[in-house]
Write a protein that binds this ligand. Sequence first.
Ligand SMILES: Cc1cc2nc3c(=O)[nH]c(=O)nc-3n(C[C@H](O)[C@H](O)[C@H](O)COP(=O)(O)OP(=O)(O)OC[C@H]3O[C@@H](n4cnc5c(N)ncnc54)[C@H](O)[C@@H]3O)c2cc1C
Length: 380
Amino acid sequence: MKALIIGGGIIGSSIAWRLAADGNAVTVLERARLGQEASWAAAGLIGPQAEAHEPGAFFDLALAGKRSFDEIVERLTRESGVDPEYDRQGVLYAAFTEEDRAELQSRAKWQRAAGGEVEELTPRDALKLAPMLSAKILGALHMPTNWRVENRKLTQAYINAAIARGALFREGARVDSIVTAGGRATGVRLTDGSIETGDLVINAAGSWSGEIRGLEEDRIRFYPVRGQILCFDALPGLVGPSLFSADGIIVQRRDGRILAGSVFEEAGFNKSVTLDGLERVSRAARALAPDLASMPFREAWAGLRPASEDLLPVLGPSPTVGNVIYAAGHFRSGILLSAITGEVIADLAAGRKPSIDLAPFAPARFRDGIAHPVKLADWK
Ligand SMILES: Cc1cc2nc3c(=O)[nH]c(=O)nc-3n(C[C@H](O)[C@H](O)[C@H](O)COP(=O)(O)OP(=O)(O)OC[C@H]3O[C@@H](n4cnc5c(N)ncnc54)[C@H](O)[C@@H]3O)c2cc1C
């Protein structure tokens, strides 16, 4: 089988690796350069418990995403020759108000019941684990198995491993539309007018997934949610676990860089860093780790999280065009979900039963009117 993948971000690249490993011919079509959009901008958390607000299908997917990642990371590193810096440092979620504390207590309860590992810490114990943490915290949750990667290296690892298995990556190849015959895709048309033929088309175009012409009848609206990150230089190993509060996160890279994020904004396809973003991120970061205020500032960037109308991933076949599969809408969790997405999309392509129930993420939910749209403002 020949598979065409639209989009060379972490999702398209992970799928390319799995499909190529299954013996398929794979071509990834990337309109610009590989891995330079959301997959480049992310903080890199592999943190199912840090990212889920409630029990349910998404939390189960996130936990499965972590398990799937744990299963492949050694093989991926070996096959790609790239170390994605999977740091086994957990997450510390800090409470600054009684309201935060009550929220974290209830989070600990439902997460334990749903299979997540979580410890409730006194401020004293939390500070022992993360000396940079503010002394003003009222308590914290420790999620010891919510780890992190260097997402730029992880994306490169999927690309290298896919290439080693024979996948082709074409940069500067922007897909305009799906080419069909008898209601089934037979390939894609690029904006230069050329056609690539294939037996299967996978839409992994991130925030731009709704722009591929020919899929309008699926009635899926994708939109970008901007995030902004500030980056500081520091000594490696200073922060310890990744730090979370209701307003922001702090994550350290192996080389010492400290990333502080992030905001959730609807700003169209505008990737600017703004004064408002800088202000909100620095306020949250300073509250979490006051010492950050005197560290050398290095750079700031923004990226676009790919969201669908119910803020859930969109995984599975197009309800209206045969031979088209969606792998999009990963919103704030595409790094965490990269391995499981590659796994389940390769399963669908091969006619195998995926290890998890994909029904809650079926693309048909929008056309069938059973999706529950969530406004970004209500979600936060
Ligand atoms: C600030 C920030 C922090 C984040 N932190 C985390 C985190 O800690 N953990 C986590 O799990 N997730 C995190 N995320 C979310 C994560 O980055 C995304 O969910 C993930 O990168 C989505 O990957 P993708 O491959 O779908 O999209 P992208 O990386 O955006 O890739 C899509 C690709 O498709 C290409 N494309 C678009 N249209 C076309 C076309 N017509 N033809 C050809 N190519 C096309 C684009 O050029 C792009 O390269 C964060 C995101 C942001 C912005």
